[in-house]
Design a protein. Structure first.
Length: 291
């Protein structure tokens, strides 16, 4: 596929697929979060006919979690990312649990991380060191905070790496998923989303959701809305989406295409993409040696 004129992640989470598309294999989110697609990003791009580092004309991310959205808004700003790294390095030497408890208390006192890089830096550390990554209220997980300096240095290094490959294309961050008509009008082609890609990673049916609930029926409605205007639409789920498959959409399993650590904490192991166009890549499967 040619370079897309617009690449959307609705919901975005940490926008791992967009980062991989823009900056290649080393352009990754600076923290981990339950459900993020960093490990599948290369495979997802392949299914869409894209490749790492190809880039897009612009990006649009929808994210209801204000802390995550605050991080997304500084992705295109290398100076802000380097300032986040500097702030986090300043916490090197603090005992991890004490640091985490302080940062979590500060976040509760002030609310979500809207605005300053200091708040983004504090949320990054407290969210990544939580039992349920991305959710500080789930409690401190000592296994993710290894050593007084190692944890902070790791976050800072990640922020610096992202700054070195920061997204240079225009980026829009919205608190909710826009309609297809709104997207088309905003990019100046009312009624036409050809050449645009909509990647959706909603809460999987039957699992813990994200900050804002997104029921399956709403996912299907959005998907059809964007497809009707000519966009390529792909949806990650733990199963093929029946309503769309019955309408002639395609499904492809990408479970074996994960790069990095395998899931061990989740009952949900399968990864299926349902899309309105034929997949451009399928994950090779190994046949059994025994009949």
């Amino acid at each position: 596929m040619n370079r897309p004129r617009l690449f959307c992640e609705f919901p975005a989470g940490l926008a791992a697929v967009s980062l991989r598309l823009q900056g290649g294999a080393h352009c990754r989110p600076p923290i981990s979060r339950c459900g993020n697609k960093a490990g599948f990003s290369q495979t997802i791009l392949g299914v869409l006919g894209l490749h790492s580092g190809q880039g897009a004309g612009a990006y649009w991310w929808a994210e209801a979690d204000p802390d995550v959205a605050a991080l997304l808004r500084i992705y295109p700003d290398p100076d802000a990312l380097r300032e986040v790294a500097r702030i986090i390095r300043g916490w090197t030497g603090e005992e991890p649990r004490a640091l985490w408890e302080r940062l979590r208390a500060e976040r509760r006192a002030r609310g979500a991380a809207r605005g300053t890089v200091e708040k983004v830096a504090g949320w990054m550390v407290s969210a990544d060191w939580a039992y349920r990554q991305g959710n500080p209220d789930s409690g401190f997980n000592p296994s993710t905070a290894t050593g007084r300096s190692a944890g902070c240095d790791t976050f800072a290094d990640r922020a610096d790496r992202l700054a070195n490959s920061a997204i240079s294309a225009p980026v829009r961050v919205s608190p909710c998923i826009p309609t297809a008509a709104e997207v088309a009008a905003t990019i100046g082609t009312p009624g036409d989303l050809s050449g645009c890609i909509i990647y959706m990673d909603p809460p999987y049916a039957g699992t813990t959701g994200y900050t804002a609930d997104l029921p399956r029926a709403e996912v299907v409605a959005h998907a059809r809305d964007f497809a009707d205007l000519g966009a390529t639409v792909a949806i990650s789920e733990a199963e093929a989406i029946p309503d769309l498959v019955r309408s002639g959409w395609h499904s492809v399993e990408i479970t074996g295409g994960r790069v990095g650590a395998k899931r061990t904490f989740s009952k949900q192991q399968r990864e299926i993409i349902t899309m309105n166009k034929p997949p451009q890549y399928t994950v090779p499967t190994q046949s059994s040696l025994f009949p």
